[in-house]
Design a binder for this molecule. Structure first.
Ligand code: HEM
Length: 535
């Protein structure tokens, strides 16, 4: 009897307990939802005065208005920045998340010059499976310490060592292009990209993967698929949850590619560590790293030797993050920049002629490798590169998540807002760049650039989180362009509207860059000794 009574009491207690737990969970959930709604309503009201486009619905915001296709989305964003050119900024609601679009130098400065607003937007989370928390994706103390450690590795004197690799790969590229001389127009995009990929692999890891001669490398293909997938995932909220993503074929392929990429980098790092150990042992000294003369010095070697303020070295995983970051940031960007320069030079023969004259002055008729002194002397080419980066910035937009409220052009922008900086639109501000669509390298003559707002031109971003690789990039661009233009005269008949501009992670011409090549010095055609068969 007592047992039955106890059983009934226990049952009741269990029901009450369960009911209370459910109501408590329900109440907590309700409270969190209410809190979220209150915070959302507060943000909505605080941000209300900021100029915006019509049709923002509660919670959904402008999401229904946004074009799903990346080419169309980029065009749409650029169209908005043109419509709102006379306004200081533009607000969009992406679901419940506020976003401000910045395209005026004065307002871009507020974010980029700040030493506090250094957190990257939440979409960078999709790059993290590949790059971990390396220089591009990390923030706070970790980023500051890494940045301090890595800055010396990009010093000009160190970059000088990479010039040999750039020359060697540029020569291979020129020899591959030979077969197009006096032929139909061809798409040069992938030729340049493979060359840039070979350069970054060898300079970052000390590994020659021969992408230009062997287009079928497993690693190269994985790099390509990964960049594509990252951008697709950013655009598709239903693929954002990691576990859910893995349910899709794309998520499983992503996992497979990650394995290929990480295994490759890890093996290269391990190989290099062993090589350094052997070298040190054979020297019988511990006075710092000894670099393999056979392979030349790579960023990886420098990463293996740098230390922080407390004298701590980077772990193998830290090094992997940074090497992968250089691989990701360091090839598509430069390839895009070189392609755009070729396109513009091919469309403006009078400007190409000026480059030609300069090349004659610096190199005469020689096809010798480029040295540091040449790079300094190629001043007009420098302006051409700057102006190409203005019209077609390879990173057409980048974003920060604001970690505290701030004021932009007199408007309050609340913490948690995504601030999107759009160099593509910023560089077309007619106050600083009259006739912005015109290719005029002379804009960058010191006398013409005088008084221009320092944040009106930011192809490499600006402020504390600017691009650490910009000197490397310009060096590579100058080397490759001077190699190509010493051999060939480039022509392009593609109209801007035929390019299929798409602002994914990188500004790409979806329809390719179609150029024709003529020999520049017809009687000197035999000067360039083929480094690879001309098939
Ligand atoms: C024309 C070529 C390049 C362009 C236009 C470019 C542009 C940029 C931009 C706009 C950023 C800021 C991105 C952001 O805030 O989200 C950036 C950051 C970065 N870039 Fe570049 N980049 C180029 C080449 C390179 C190269 C060759 C390397 C390395 C070898 C490199 C390494 C990096 C790294 C590590 C960061 C992150 C820096 C930090 O947050 O401290 N970039 N780049």
């Amino acid at each position: 009897m007592t047992g039955l009574w106890l059983g009934l009491v226990a049952q009741k207690l269990f029901v009450w307990g369960a009911a209370s737990a459910v109501s408590l969970a329900g109440a907590t959930l309700l409270l969190s939802v209410l809190q979220m709604l209150a915070s959302y309503a507060r943000k909505w009201l605080q941000m209300k005065p900021i100029p915006t486009v019509a049709c923002a619905y509660p919670l959904v915001g402008h999401a229904l208005l946004m074009k799903p296709n990346s080419t169309e989305f980029f065009q749409q964003l650029i169209q908005y920045t043109e419509e709102f050119r006379h306004m200081p900024l533009l607000k969009l609601w992406i679901g419940p998340v506020p976003m401000v679009v910045l395209y005026h130098a004065e307002n871009v400065e507020v974010i980029l010059a700040s030493s506090k607003q250094i957190d990257k937007s939440f979409v960078y989370k999709f790059i993290q499976p590949w790059l971990g928390l390396g220089l591009l994706t990390s923030t706070g103390i970790k980023w500051r310490s890494r940045r301090k450690m890595l800055t010396p590795t990009f010093h000009f004197t160190i970059l000088e060592d990479f010039l040999d690799v750039m020359n060697e790969q540029a020569k291979i590229l020129v020899n591959k292009l030979e077969k197009h001389v006096n032929q139909e127009a061809f798409n040069c995009f992938f030729y340049i990209t493979l060359c840039a990929l070979d350069i970054i692999c060898e300079t970052a890891m000390g590994k020659n993967i021969g992408a230009q001669s062997n287009e079928d490398s497993k690693y190269v293909r994985a790099v390509y698929r990964m960049s594509d997938k990252i951008f697709r995932r950013m655009k598709m909220p239903w693929l954002w949850l990691d576990l859910w993503y893995l349910m899709f074929k794309e998520g499983r392929e992503h996992k497979r590619d990650l394995k290929i990429l990480h295994t490759f980098t890890k093996n290269v790092i391990a190989e290099r560590v062993n090589e350094m150990k052997t070298n040190e042992e054979s020297k019988g000294t511990d006075s710092g790293p000894v670099f393999s003369k056979k392979k030349g010095k790579a960023f990886l070697d420098l990463l293996l030797s740098v230390t922080d303020d407390e004298g701590n070295k980077l772990s193998p995983e830290d090094i992997r993050e940074e090497v992968d970051t250089f691989m990701f940031e360091g090839h598509d960007t430069t390839a895009s920049a070189i392609n755009w320069s070729l396109y513009l030079l091919g469309s403006y023969p009078e400007i190409q002629k000026k480059v030609d004259n300069e090349l004659d002055e610096v190199f005469g008729k020689s096809d010798r490798p480029v040295d540091l002194e040449d790079l300094k002397q190629l001043k007009y080419l420098d302006l051409v590169i700057k102006e190409s980066l203005r019209i077609f910035p390879p990173v057409p937009l980048f974003a920060r998540r604001l970690n505290e409220d701030c004021e932009v052009a007199g408007y309050k922008v609340v913490k948690g807002t995504e601030a999107v900086i759009v160099p593509y639109a910023l560089h077309r501000d007619p106050r600083y760049f009259p006739n912005p669509e015109e290719f005029q390298p002379e804009r960058f003559f010191p006398e013409n650039a005088q008084g221009r707002h320092p944040y009106s031109y930011v192809p490499f971003s600006a402020g504390p989180r600017n691009c650490i690789g910009q000197k490397f990039a310009v060096m590579e661009e100058k080397t490759i362009l001077s190699y190509i233009l010493r051999q060939f005269w480039v022509e392009s008949n593609q109209k801007r509207e035929e390019l299929g501009l798409s602002g994914e992670l990188i500004l790409r011409p979806n329809n390719g860059i179609w150029i024709t090549l003529k020999r520049r010095n017809p009687d000197e055609s035999q000067l360039c000794t083929p480094a690879v068969p001309l098939s």
